[in-house]
Design a binder for this molecule. Structure first.
Ligand SMILES: [Fe+2]
Ligand SMILES: [Fe+2]
Length: 540
């Protein structure tokens, strides 16, 4: 306290504007404690002398410093004070600057709507200044991006670009071009994206901004991969890697490795692809980049899927799912919802493919998994189950008969009733399914469906002879739909039953499921079509 007071007393002899100037010099030299001391001195002096312009400016700048020291509440207060001082002084530009900074603090603390409001107000107040408009539009673009509004993001980045151009700020233009490139990539407008990356790269090269050059290369490489130009992608990614290596930018290196892994995967060099993608994950972990770790995990999962290593693919997708859920839009400036839904699409595809790989090994009608999944979700909806339960039921339905891979082919395809011994083998499939999945953790609880889809409410099912509500509702739903689908498709010794006949069979067995599940099933039939064609089906 005493020291600060003395420093303040000594500094008081100097004009506030000089102190502000010194503070900025300290800030540029990254001497944060000195910078804060000078800003505080400038504030004290300007407060006394009534120099409101200096005061507003110093308050805003020290707010940013405080924020960097994790003192967000103080930072916000300083910013608000800067705003009101600027308003009193009738200085629109400084008022707008304060609002822009306030919006920046909001983004960093996750208050995205507040940020948007502050940025828009900043634009209304100080948009006359091109320099300010360029930065505020850029920020509005970032906010739109975090909220998943890509078209709006593009409009703001374009506004920013125009303002940077008008103020002859070439480096600003380069940043706007890079952001436009990324947004157009997300919009799948690759031609335009490439043009922007190229323009950004050229400026970055002239300005000697190595980091931006590397980012342009790596982002452009990603577009090359999507467009199937693997050699261009590889060249770009390797050039980016060389740059990031020099800068020791591990998180960026992780991205370059990810692209290389994708290139090798798509060109059939699986071992190289695996090694590059593993490196991408390791680098992301060591740099603490959740986004890069999740994205590299997804790409490695796709490699494993292509190699038929479904268990490993799902383990990675599960890890990626957890990471995306943990992802912080504030830090990574991405739309988390978009990332999660993209991942879930991949997840469903891998699980369905795994389920279908069983369909093709036995004589099940192709499409059994998908039909059971769709119908089971319809029953779940009638019962009013939530989205997560519906997803669980869908994935559980895809994999319900996974354990049948271990049932000998001649039993699965036997064109007639099974012997007692054969039936004992078939009854093992729920347990074998669980064994196959033992190493895989799922974001959804699929295992009860796989283990208990043949249990019956009256206690006559298998493998655990559960009774009544001991059987999870998800397993009952998949169970009833599974029986119905088996009845509705042909067997070697009888044709497919009509919908009415199948329903009559189910009604005769209604004691196998709870009343609620049975009634929901009957109701769901209104919205479900009969199988389009019927082929062979083995024991269900
Ligand atoms: Fe089954
Ligand atoms: Fe089945």
């Amino acid at each position: 306290m005493v020291t600060t007071g003395q420093a303040g007393a000594r500094a008081a002899a100097r004009p506030a504007a000089d102190l502000l100037h010194d503070a900025r010099a300290h800030e540029r030299a990254a001497c944060i404690p000195e910078a804060i001391r000078c800003y505080d001195a400038a504030i004290a002096t300007a407060d006394r002398t009534g120099e409101r312009t200096v005061l507003a400016e110093a308050l805003r700048r020290v707010a940013v410093m405080r924020h960097l020291r994790n003192e967000s509440t103080e930072a916000r207060q300083l910013c608000r004070r800067s705003y009101s001082v600027a308003c009193d002084a009738g200085n629109d530009l400084l008022a707008a600057e304060a609002l822009n900074t306030l919006g920046g603090l909001d983004v960093q603390t996750g208050a995205i709507e507040d940020a948007r409001r502050n940025f828009l107000q900043a634009l209304a107040r100080g948009g006359e200044s091109r320099e300010l408009r360029a930065r505020v539009e850029q920020n509005l673009g970032i906010v739109a991006n975090i909220q998943g509004n890509l078209d709006e993001a593009v409009a703001h980045y374009e506004g920013s670009l125009e303002a940077y151009r008008a103020s002859n700020d070439e480096h600003g233009c380069a940043i706007a071009y890079a952001n436009l490139g990324i947004a157009h990539t997300d919009l799948r407008q690759y031609e335009r994206a490439e043009g922007y990356f190229q323009q950004s790269y050229e400026i970055a090269e002239r300005a000697g901004d190595a980091h931006l050059q590397g980012q342009c290369l790596v982002n452009h490489a990603e577009v090359h991969v999507v467009r199937g130009r693997y050699e261009d992608a590889r060249r770009n990614a390797e050039a980016a890697l060389a740059i990031f290596d020099q800068l020791d930018a591990r998180s960026d290196k992780s991205e370059a490795y990810r692209i290389l892994g994708m290139v090798y995967r798509e060109t059939g060099r699986a071992a190289l692809a695996e090694s590059r993608l593993r490196s991408a994950i390791e680098l992301a972990v060591s740099a603490g980049s959740v986004l890069n770790e999740a994205e590299a995990s997804c790409e490695l999962a796709l490699l494993y899927q292509a190699m038929g290593r479904n268990q490993e693919a799902l383990t990675l997708l599960n890890a990626a799912h957890r990471l995306f859920r943990r992802l912080d839009a504030r830090v990574d400036l991405v739309y988390v919802g978009g990332k999660v839904s993209e991942l879930e699409t991949t997840y469903f595809a891998v699980v369905l493919e795994w389920g279908q790989s069983i369909e093709s090994t036995d004589s099940y009608t192709f499409g059994h998994c998908e039909r059971v999944a769709q119908h089971a979700m319809a029953v779940a909806r009638v019962l009013g189950l939530d989205e997560t339960s519906q997803t669980t039921i869908r994935l559980g339905a895809y994999l319900h008969d996974l354990g049948k891979v271990r049932v000998p082919h001649e039993i699965l395809n036997k064109p007639g009733p099974l012997t007692q011994d054969e039936f004992v083998v078939v009854q093992m499939h729920p347990i074998w399914g669980l064994e196959l999945l033992a190493a895989v953790e799922f974001p959804w609880d699929l295992k009860p469906i796989i283990r208990w889809h043949h249990e019956r409410y009256d206690g006559t099912g298998y493998p655990d002879r559960l009774r009544g509500d001991e059987i999870p509702i998800a397993a009952q739903i998949v169970g009833i739909v599974d029986v119905f689908d088996a009845l509705s498709t042909a067997r070697p010794y009888r044709p497919a039953l009509s919908r009415e006949a199948a329903l009559a069979e189910i009604e005769r067995s209604r004691g196998w499921w709870s009343e609620a599940v049975y009634l929901a099933f009957v109701k769901s039939l209104d919205g479900v079509k009969s199988p389009a064609h019927a082929t062979l089906v083995a024991v269900s």
